[in-house]
Design a binder for this molecule. Sequence first.
Ligand SMILES: [Zn+2]
Length: 116
Amino acid sequence: MGEKSYVSMDTCIICGEAKGIVLDRRLRPRFERETITSVEPCEKCSEKYLTEGVMLVYIGDNDYDLLVIRDEAFERLFNREVPPGMFPTNRIVRCEKEVISELKSCWAEQSKEENL
Ligand SMILES: [Zn+2]
């Protein structure tokens, strides 16, 4: 376990690169070395993944999980259009952990079959 600090790197939820610095205004040592302060990925990842895809994300107390799927897949799976609104916020959809892990294992199965 690392020591906690009042300052931490705000990192991107997808690539883990630093987006900036977070600071506890009262200088309380409450952060790990790296912190994810928001589900919004960095600009590079938004550009790369979210211009044609939707990010499904689960945020728990101590863990998180995410999966980026293409617009077509999102529309097929959830039977609705990608929500309109501000980019990239409109392309970030919170969902249950189980949904993400199920989709992940589905896709793993599919790609296995394709490789046969
Ligand atoms: Zn990133």
